[in-house]
Design a protein around this ligand. Structure first.
Ligand code: DGL
Length: 300
């Protein structure tokens, strides 16, 4: 695969959980990451705000040379992505369908759960995506459940969606293993347990930081689905298509600066935040040790 510049954005450190998967599956990729830490959390924002933030961020990433944009934020994917896709002429990858598809394929009892931000839960995007995936004929790997579905039994459903607004501030502060995180998780996950789901979508990119805590509350019976792996598989497909289109010419921005040249001399990946660069560097490096050495502050 050719070298591509991949724009990734989130409200904060959450999207780094997707970036980790990008580094694993696409080692030749160059990432420009933007964490909108001055405006985190996104989970309590309105759809209009999320669209406006998304537009600002995409314009920035495109001007920095992004050839494809990964909306590594479920809240933006659920509320703003359709508008962003209309407005900007480049490929986008979102979180919702890849996460829903992975959950449909994995469930054995047909009961899928979701934990996400208030704005993602309120959008119903995951419920709709599960229905769409099934309508497309993508079925669980469990043969009995798949057969029941084909025979017309409506046995596969997103049965419980739980908003977890306190998780994001805990992760942004790096408090993944705190007693506070455990207490908060216990409160949020009781109804998920009562709903008897066997598969739980981590519908916010911040939540994989809390996997240990979530598993300690839920036990090992419930399978946690992180959409990252399926998202990056989809991203690879997009990059292969771009490979076919990419000529020998260099990518240039409005000032005529050559991105490929600039990236060659600078660090492989670039990180931008709208808030505190040092806090982002510290918390981010717990997930990606040694990857984030320098964080730049954006001035919109
Ligand atoms: N990490 C983001 C998501 O996946 C946003 C969380 C937030 O800022 O509330 O939804």
């Amino acid at each position: 695969m050719k070298e591509h510049i991949i724009g990734v954005f989130d409200s904060g450190v959450g999207g780094l959980t997707i970036m980790k998967e990008i580094l694993f599956q696409i080692p030749e990729g160059k990432v420009i990451y933007l964490g909108d830490t001055a405006r985190v959390p996104y989970g309590s924002r309105s759809r209009e705000e999320l669209i406006r933030f998304g537009e600002e961020i995409c314009s920035f990433l495109i001007n920095e040379g992004a050839e494809v944009i990964v909306a590594a934020c479920n809240t933006s994917s659920a509320n703003a992505l359709p508008v962003l896709k209309e407005k900007f002429d480049l490929p986008f990858i979102g979180t919702i369908e890849p996460g829903a598809e992975a959950a449909v394929q994995a469930t054995k009892n047909g009961k899928i759960g979701l934990i996400a931000t208030e704005a993602t839960v309120g959008s119903n995007a995951y419920n709709l995506a599960v229905e769409k995936i099934l309508d497309r004929g993508i079925l669980p790997q469990d043969e009995e459940l798949a057969q029941d579905w084909v025979r017309g039994k409506k046995t596969i459903e997103l049965v419980k969606a739980q908003a977890c607004p306190l998780f994001v501030p805990l992760v942004e502060k790096g408090l993944f293993h705190s007693s506070e995180a455990r207490e908060v998780a216990q409160g949020y996950l009781t109804e998920i347990q009562e709903a008897q789901v066997d598969t739980l979508i981590l519908g916010c990119t911040h939540y994989p930081y809390l996997t240990e805590v979530i598993e300690s509350v839920l036990g090992e019976e419930i399978l946690l689905i992180d959409p990252a792996q399926s998202m990056v598989e989809e991203l690879k497909e997009v990059l292969r298509t771009l490979d076919g289109q990419k000529g020998e010419g260099s990518l240039r921005n409005e000032e005529g600066r050559c991105f490929e040249e600039r990236h060659r001399f600078e660090e492989r990946h670039r990180f931008f935040v709208s808030g505190d660069p040092e806090l982002f560097r510290q918390v981010g490096n717990t997930l990606l040790p040694g990857v984030i050495s320098h964080v730049e502050k954006v001035n919109w």
